[in-house]
Design a protein around this ligand. Structure first.
Ligand SMILES: N[C@@H](CCC(=O)N[C@@H](CS)C(=O)NCC(=O)O)C(=O)O
Length: 224
């Protein structure tokens, strides 16, 4: 019979994983498109984290990466022995590690809810840029009809603070700024026109020199 690990052994191995995770160059795996990977990329870039931005095609995903990912989905993240799947979990992890998480359980919960909201809203872009050609105009129309109202709810969440949801930059602000930039790139920036507070946050984040460089280098206007 195999010997069970003692609590002490377990404790050491968890500590070792933590040490390895803190010293290894992280790798973020996602398709060569913005999608659910982009807020994580931009958070890492904003925090000047030296990471490997592993990008692939659909074919490469199926052949090489799907089985390598912890939950069979993309994005996924590696840092030493740590393998993490799920875009919100990865985003939250890299943000907390780099000082962009919440300061207490309430802020943590608020951040996660805003992050989830922003992933949902941004997913409405897929039909417009990647859907069947003959359906794209309808998707665009639906986007313009529904997204401004949804963003209005988030706008109302920004009370007297400068950022989401407090006075210091968080990963939800980076994600907001990434969406704001992307919507603008595909000619949908008008959805923010009645959201002055969200626009101000996005503008502040977008001034980061490393984000400007990353966006210029990696985000191209999708061809129609
Ligand atoms: N809830 C997951 C959803 C991930 C997801 O749907 N990923 C898609 C790409 S955006 C994917 O991996 N598709 C390929 C597959 O399922 O094999 C997350 O947020 O990470």
């Amino acid at each position: 019979m195999k010997a069970k690990s003692s609590p002490k052994t377990l404790e050491i191995s968890i500590r070792e994983i933590k040490i390895m995770a803190s010293t290894c160059k992280p790798k973020l795996y996602y398709f060569n498109s913005p999608g659910r990977g982009e807020p994580i990329r931009q958070t890492l870039v904003y925090c000047n984290v030296d990471f490997e931005d592993v990008r692939f095609t659909g074919e490469e995903w199926a052949k090489q990466h799907k089985d390598q990912s912890p939950l069979g989905m993309s994005p996924f993240y590696e840092e030493g022995e740590l393998k993490l799947g799920g875009s919100i979990a990865i985003l939250r992890y890299v943000a907390e590690k780099n000082g962009l998480g919440g300061s207490n359980p309430v802020e943590n919960a608020q951040l996660e809810s805003y992050s989830d909201f922003l992933f949902d809203v941004s997913s409405k872009l897929y039909g417009i840029v990647m859907g069947p050609e003959d359906k794209r105009d309808d998707c665009r129309k639906e986007f313009m009809e529904t997204v401004p109202k949804r963003l209005g709810f988030l706008e109302n969440q920004v009370k007297s603070t400068n950022f989401l949801p407090a006075d210091k930059v968080s990963y939800a602000d980076i994600q907001l700024s990434a969406s704001f930039h992307l919507f603008g790139l595909v000619g949908l920036g008008d959805v923010f026109k009645d959201c002055p507070k969200l626009t101000a946050i996005a503008d502040t984040i977008s001034k980061s020199p490393q984000l400007i460089e990353h966006r210029e280098k990696t985000l191209k206007l999708p061809s129609k």
